[in-house]
Design a binder for this molecule. Structure first.
Ligand code: BLA
Length: 341
């Protein structure tokens, strides 16, 4: 049994989610990620001076794929935020994607806000986290600094949004002790819980941003730069939207989740919407913007274990394999790995 379930210690106040409504959504189109994005932008504007970033102007912001599906991109910056960006794919009854992230300026060692939601007719795949900029397992000071006070928040959702099962082992180093990694079937209740979690996590990130002080040393700023660059390199190469895989296998919707290699879904979605070259450009220069500016190391410099004999990057998502059947952190935020009790 996973150890992180002592939620009785924390009062669960899910306001609008308090009445359990497991009624399935008959019309998936009734539900939209737009309200998540609106909430985040409104809340950020209340706290800081958010200005639209010219970055997005280099990309087509809304393209109808089949007359219905829309791809919407937004980007902003603020005094402590290098890039706050959102990509939302919606309109089609069966598939929706939200990829929302906030990257701090390198003068701040703030975590990276990460909301990565994928929805189809049968399932929702969710990663919601304040991804640590520095390693929370080896850097105890960093963990204490940002996550100690947030552990109750993680516990609040650990029961409602339970651990989603085995994941790419390499991903764990980019996750915090309060990460929400979950899968659930579409229902009004589940979407409401997810919306509550998103609001709580984003407000928590803004609280950290409010408090963050600028680094004093040039060395520390450089260190933050490299950590963010490594994170961008990982996501741009190994996330669903990355495009090194050339496979275009057609798989029936029912087998979509089980049978697809990790990189296929995003590849197909973006390629279908805007074509391969634009899709590559969007991943590198918009979603994970900073790769060319924050550092000069390559993916293989950071992750040499992915190097093939011929020098190319191994297309496998994981070298170590999938792991962590249960939540690998206990209620006190200690890393327990696969040794859950
Ligand atoms: C699954 N997405 C996942 C998984 C993770 C993430 C951890 C579980 C499977 C695995 O570990 O390989 C997300 N991984 C992340 C994030 C980080 C990370 C956010 O390392 C950040 C550091 N997802 C999308 C888009 C699609 C999508 C655009 O963002 C498709 C259009 C689909 N994600 C998707 C699907 C799965 C998935 C279908 C299940 C596939 C599987 O179980 O292997």
């Amino acid at each position: 049994k996973p150890p992180l379930l002592h939620t009785s210690r924390v009062s669960i106040t899910l306001h609008s989610c308090s009445r359990r409504n497991t009624r399935p959504l008959t019309e998936a189109s009734a539900f939209s990620y737009q309200k998540f994005v609106h909430f985040a932008l409104d809340e950020t504007k209340r706290r800081t001076h958010l200005v639209s970033s010219p970055l997005k102007d280099n990309f087509i912001s809304s393209i109808p794929m089949d007359g219905k599906t829309q791809l919407q991109i937004l980007s902003f910056e603020a005094p402590k935020i290098r890039l706050l960006r959102s990509l939302c794919v919606e309109g089609n009854e069966t598939m929706k994607v939200l990829d929302f992230a906030a990257f701090p300026k390198p003068e701040f060692d703030l975590p990276i806000f990460c909301a990565n939601f994928f929805t189809n007719a049968n399932t929702n795949i969710v990663v919601l986290d304040l991804n640590p900029l520095h390693d929370v397992i080896s850097r105890r000071d960093y963990k204490e600094k940002y996550y100690k006070s947030l552990l109750p928040l993680g516990l609040k959702y650990a029961e409602l949004l339970p651990w989603g099962g085995k994941i790419t082992s390499e991903s764990l180093r980019f996750f915090s002790p309060i990460v929400i990694w979950t899968r659930f079937s579409p229902s009004e209740f589940n979407y409401e819980v997810l919306y509550c979690a998103f609001k709580d996590y984003f407000k928590a990130w803004l609280d950290l941003m409010d408090l963050a002080g600028e680094e004093a040393s040039a060395d520390q700023i450089l260190h933050n730069c490299e950590a963010q660059h490594r994170y961008l390199a990982w996501r741009a190469e190994k996330q669903p939207f990355s495009l090194t895989s050339g496979r275009t296998k057609m798989i029936g919707a029912a087998h979509f989740v089980q049978n697809m290699s990790f990189k296929d879904p995003g590849h197909r979605v973006l390629k279908k919407l805007i074509g391969e070259a634009n899709a590559k450009d969007l991943v590198k220069n918009f979603l994970f913007n900073g790769i060319d500016e924050l550092g000069s190391k390559t993916f293989l410099d950071y992750f040499p274990e992915y190097q093939c004999e011929d020098g190319t990057v191994n297309e496998k998502r994981s070298i170590i394999g999938k792991s962590f059947d249960h939540r690998p952190w206990d209620a006190a935020g200690e890393f327990v790995g696969n040794n859950f009790r």
